[in-house]
Design a protein around this ligand. Structure first.
Ligand code: SF4
Length: 704
């Protein structure tokens, strides 16, 4: 009633993979007051600048509120949902009949909720019969998935955020944690100031993260696995490995050690290959070896590499060799980029996974087919993001449905992607906003999707914690949740029986049941305890770390301290690495290595953070960060403009002198697009070379 404030709704921040709990209280004017949720284990009440400005980003001015259909003149007509859904379904059906199911594909997003992902994946891989479902998570952490699966036999993060509070040493590799996972960085800082934990930052670029640490290792781009191979050699030579753990719980150690000796036989070789001083390397090795409670955490500097899987494995090997895994305060830790990157992994959002962490073995295909009662199961892995857009470009894929992402900005060779999208026979986009670069490629149909604050579902953060996103605002205009849109299309394609969900809770319950279906502890991802959740239970669901098998009321804090890997023999698998190298070396024509990444106060392509004046004030325009020696070498002036060109494309950016960027490198943020700053869309100048296992492109080192 009047004068009585709305109750606060518990939800989860829509930005980074920290997954902070948020309390949202409607203000009665279409907006909401935002605060951190003290009861959420990820943030314990804290929020960073982006999270605390969420209330400034809820206006409807830039939103798409009605279905739109492209007309013959190239403009858009507002159409009814019936008309839009019929047009999409008829277009898909006629293409599938003419070209077969593999002519259609979905490109999804870590912004989608797990329930949205689940029905999209089920429709495509079980009912349409195409394996081509991939996601922008491919650009984010797919090398970690591949590394985890290679070594652990499953995509499992062993530890949790409490380990960052209780570790005695935290090593941050290829991660500007201070800007990209700010609330976790505050936990690390608190541990450092209150408990005296040591922090080591390993990154070619000196970032804000290096302002508060004990040792900075500014290594050469691409040389991370040399450093960790050298650490493994150091551990073995100083008899600091855990022979008991290795004997019981791992295989392949001797072969990996021999391989490491070939890559990094001694500190002098490590110094020559990484560009670090022998003294710094020795200091790091001594510190790591002598500190049992060590967390080695990494992010995109490791993942976004044509050898990302090997880099992840090189870190896992050191933890396995010392048995420092799954113990309080110790373990390897992937800091996931997106709010639901892990949720997408759980349901099969990646082209190489089927569902519930199952792959494409004959047994798994048959198991999922029976569970779904699926008429058209995909029989093999689908195309990963970069390859998927290549298939669009050469017209092997003729229909693409993009949901909640902006590939015309974010994928490598963005101009090539833009042209590919423009050539589609059927191009469908589910979106929140009326204008972005992907919409500039003129989709045939634009479907208005619900945004944060309006939609209901779950997300999973970097520590395997499943949290609810809850609606606290009404659906504006004719906006609908993504899962509803997908189910409506499924019904029109003749698959009503598999998609009769009344709400997100029913989808979650089915997803949970699939995770436990014929799973006698053989798969890591098991949330069977949630298969019988009622709608009320789902509404009340508290954050919980998977696995939560049937019969358990609590989640699982840590795994693998006593082995129990998800491999056929239960042992971790250590395999040799390729010789570390960049995908492409600098040359006379392209002498500088272009690195890309985030700034503190923007998120992805700024469609939400760009609405907050406070957030936009931190870095108000795009620029390229250049070492002063390279500014002199190329005659560049502070504040002037530079054209950065390479074999893949070109951008024009304002020059910013930055001694933190090593000589021979450049750094440019990923956020700006042709819509927000013409010629500054950095994806146009990013190379498409991918890791052979993960398919993740090397976005951190393009010769330019
Ligand atoms: Fe949101 Fe990440 Fe900031 Fe937490 S740290 S408030 S999840 S952006």
């Amino acid at each position: 009633g009047p004068g009585i404030p709305d109750p606060a709704i518990r939800t989860t921040c829509p930005y980074c993979g920290v997954g902070c709990g948020v309390l949202a209280r409607r203000d009665g004017k279409g907006g909401a007051a935002i605060a951190g949720d003290p009861a959420h284990p990820a943030n314990l009440g804290r929020l960073c600048s982006k999270g605390s400005a969420l209330g400034e980003t809820l206006s409807l001015g830039s939103r798409v509120l009605h279905p739109l259909k492209r007309n013959a003149a190239g403009g858009y007509d507002r159409v009814s949902w019936e008309f839009a859904l019929d047009a999409v379904a008829e277009g898909l059906l006629s293409l599938i009949r003419r070209e077969g199911p593999e002519a259609v594909a979905f490109y999804l997003s870590g912004q989608l909720l797990t329930e949205d992902y689940y029905v999209a994946n089920k429709l495509m891989k079980g009912f349409i019969g195409s394996p081509h479902v991939d996601t922008n998570s491919r650009l984010c952490m797919s090398s970690t998935v591949a590394g985890h699966k290679r070594v652990f036999g499953s995509d499992t993060v062993p530890g949790n955020y409490e380990d960052l509070d209780s570790a005695d040493l935290i090593v941050l590799v290829g991660s500007n944690t201070a800007w990209c996972h700010p609330v976790l960085f505050r936990r690390i800082q608190q541990n450092r100031s209150e408990r005296g934990a040591k922090v080591v930052v390993i990154d070619p670029r000196v970032t804000a993260t290096a302002d508060d640490c004990d040792l900075v290792l500014q290594l050469r781009p691409g040389s991370d696995s040399v450093l960790f191979a050298g650490l493994l050699v150091h551990l073995a030579e100083h008899s600091l490995t855990d022979a008991t753990y290795l004997a019981r719980h791992a295989s392949g150690f001797q072969a990996v050690l021999e391989n490491a000796r070939g890559i990094a036989p001694d500190i002098a070789t490590v110094a020559a290959r990484t560009g670090l001083s022998p003294a710094d390397i020795a200091a790091f090795y001594t510190l790591w070896a002598g500190t049992p409670a060590v967390v080695t955490a990494w992010s995109q500097g490791v993942n976004q590499s044509a050898q990302g899987t090997d880099k992840v494995a090189s870190i896992l090997h050191c933890h396995l060799a010392t048995g420092r895994i799954g113990r309080p305060g110790g373990g390897p830790f992937s800091l996931t980029g997106q709010p639901n990157a892990m949720g997408g992994r759980e349901v099969g959002g990646l082209a190489n996974m089927l569902a519930a962490h199952m792959g494409y073995s004959a047994v798994e295909i048959d198991r999922v087919r029976r569970f779904w009662n699926a008429p058209n199961m995909a029989q093999h892995e689908g195309l990963k993001a970069v390859a998927m857009l290549d298939a669009v470009a050469d017209k092997r894929i003729k229909a693409l449905w993009v949901m909640a992402t902006n590939p015309a900005v974010s994928l490598p060779r963005a101009d090539h992607v833009m042209a590919a999208l423009q050539g589609l026979d059927l191009f469908i986009v589910s979106e929140n906003v009326l204008s972005n670069d992907t919409l500039a490629a003129r989709p045939h149909v634009i479907l208005p999707a619900a945004a944060w604050g309006e939609k209901d579902g779950t997300v999973t953060n970097s520590e395997r914690c499943i949290s609810r996103q809850r609606a606290f605002l009404p659906l504006p205009g004719e906006v609908r949740p993504d899962w509803w849109i997908i189910c409506e299309i499924a019904r029109r394609l003749g698959f009503a029986a598999g998609f009769g969900f009344a709400d997100a809770s029913e989808i979650y319950a089915e997803h949970a049941a699939l995770s436990a279906f014929e799973n006698v502890g053989s798969r890591d991802f098991d949330i069977g305890a949630h298969a019988a959740l009622t709608r009320r239970d789902y509404d009340a669901l508290r954050p919980v770390q998977w696995p939560v098998p049937a019969g358990k009321s609590q989640g699982t804090a840590r795994l693998f301290a006593d082995g129990g890997f998800f491999t056929p023999d239960g042992r971790a698998q250590m395999k040799p690495l390729a010789m570390p190298a960049l995908a492409a070396e600098p040359s006379e024509a392209f002498p500088l290595l272009l690195n890309t990444g985030r700034v503190r106060d923007h998120w992805h392509t700024m469609t939400r953070t760009g609405l907050s004046p406070r957030l936009s004030a931190h870095v108000s325009e795009p620029g390229v960060h250049v070492n002063p020696a390279d500014m002199a070498r190329f005659g560049l002036e502070e504040g002037g403009f530079a054209r950065i060109a390479n074999a893949h494309g070109a951008v024009v950016l304002k020059v910013l002198g930055d001694a933190g960027v090593p000589a021979g490198s450049l750094f440019a943020p990923i956020h700006w697009s042709a819509q927000t700053a013409s010629d500054a869309r950095i994806g146009a100048a990013v190379q498409p070379f991918c890791d052979p296992y993960s398919g993740q492109p090397e976005m951190k080192a393009t010769p330019s």
